[in-house]
Design a binder for this molecule. Structure first.
Ligand SMILES: C[S@@+](CC[C@H](N)C(=O)[O-])C[C@H]1O[C@@H](n2cnc3c(N)ncnc32)[C@H](O)[C@@H]1O
Length: 273
């Protein structure tokens, strides 16, 4: 298989082999069929793949058999390999002449610390490329069969993190923007801090009846979808399995999902795990 555009194959040009290269690849939200062709191409030309815990096994199956695989993240909020160590590892492997694929869940450029890794490669003079992936927000919206924007309900789309560097709710979120009734807001890493998010957003004027949908393990076989309002979602979310990544979609663009939800106590959407 040919290499990434402009990137030499391992075993090809000797000079390029010595130099090595790094490709940051988006693994998508979970379903391996959501990988791009370019991502598969990169996986098939990798010497070593450094992957995050959110990358599903089915995605790694697309990698060249001989490629080494190294997990560099841990689940949930547990201890992680330090980012500085990952940067150093990427650089040192590439300097050994390897094609390093840094495989990240979703899109590498969305809450994925891609910027720090790109910077480390550039500082070391290593050629670096990015292969985008489908972010969890897009995967979740597709699973829900909703549009993230809507001409009548959402003129603006914002992705925010519920998780600061220290693990708390970030203290610099723009709460006026979070309370905007004409926005769709997707909250990544929201599970632990959603009650705090609700308190701040309601204080900034957000209507507690605003539709809020949690999607756990979007696009995976163990996906769970739960439709509620921002007033009630944090408590309902606390009852759901804690072993899966969670995304919260907030805004009136998701109102139809509340109507579809079964009138059962937990208002899980039909067809969910
Ligand atoms: C470090 S961020 C990485 C985001 C990723 N780069 C992306 O574009 O989706 C990890 C968070 O993304 C969200 N996430 C990733 N995959 C998910 C999935 N399949 N279902 C739900 N949320 C997911 C969760 O909020 C999780 O805590």
């Amino acid at each position: 298989m040919s290499g990434i555009d402009g990137m030499e194959e391992p075993g090809g040009d000797r000079r390029a082999e010595k130099r090595g290269a790094v490709t940051l690849v988006g693994a998508g939200p979970g379903d391996p069929e959501l990988l791009t062709l370019k991502a598969v191409k990169a996986l098939q030309s990798a010497d070593i793949i450094l992957y995050d815990d959110l990358v599903s096994a089915g995605v790694l199956d697309f990698a060249r058999q001989e490629a080494k695989r190294l997990l560099v993240g841990k689940k949930g909020y547990g201890p992680q390999v330090k980012q500085a160590e990952i940067n150093a590892l990427i650089v040192s492997l590439a300097l050994q002449g390897k094609h390093v694929v840094r495989l990240k869940g979703g899109d590498p450029g969305i809450f994925g610390r891609a910027g720090e890794e790109i910077e480390a490669c550039r500082a070391a003079g290593i050629p670096v490329r990015v292969v985008p992936g489908i972010s969890a927000a897009q995967g979740a919206a597709a699973s829900l069969c909703v549009s993230l924007t809507h001409r009548d309900h959402a003129r603006r789309l914002q992705f925010v993190t519920g998780h600061s560097r220290e693990g708390a709710l970030p203290d610099d979120l723009d709460w006026g923007a979070m309370a905007d009734p004409a926005a769709s807001t997707v909250i990544y890493m929201a599970r632990a801090t959603l009650p705090g998010f609700r308190a701040h957003a309601l204080a900034a004027g957000l209507d507690p009846a605003t539709p809020a949908v949690a999607v756990l393990a979007a696009t995976r076989p163990d996906e769970i979808r739960l439709a509620a309002t921002i007033g009630t979602l944090p408590e309902k979310l606390a009852d759901l399995p804690a072993d899966r990544p969670v995304l919260v979609l907030l805004g009136h663009a998701f109102g139809a999902l509340l109507e579809q939800a079964e009138p059962a106590a937990d208002r899980r959407l039909s067809g969910t795990g």
